[in-house]
Design a binder for this molecule. Structure first.
Ligand code: HEC
Length: 64
């Protein structure tokens, strides 16, 4: 970065069981939770995921 060496660590962010209560298939979400989520996040498209899918990654950069 800008001519200087950096160490970048990256770790996959998989969907686990606990994530499915909010990011699983919409039909399977608790009705109260679905109402609350859609109140706060009307444009939420982060549903319909299955356990084991990769949602992204966490990354940390440190100058060496
Ligand atoms: C209690 C509900 C809840 C749980 C459980 C939950 N999330 Fe989320 N998550 C949210 C909400 C709400 C947002 C924000 C949605 C938005 O900004 O539209 C979000 C956003 C995200 C985002 C960024 C936006 C996107 O969809 O790309 C990622 C990635 C994410 N969650 C991954 C996870 C993972 C992985 C787990 C399990 C380890 C998890 N979440 C568990 C409610 C939850």
């Amino acid at each position: 970065t800008n001519g200087r060496p950096v160490l970048r660590y990256m770790k996959a962010l998989p969907v686990s069981e606990v994530c499915l209560s909010c990011h699983g298939p919409v039909d399977g979400l608790d009705a109260d939770l679905r109402r609350t989520l859609s109140g706060h996040y009307p444009n939420d498209r982060a549903t319909g995921y299955a356990k084991g899918q990769i949602r992204g990654a966490l990354t940390v950069k440190r100058p060496l």
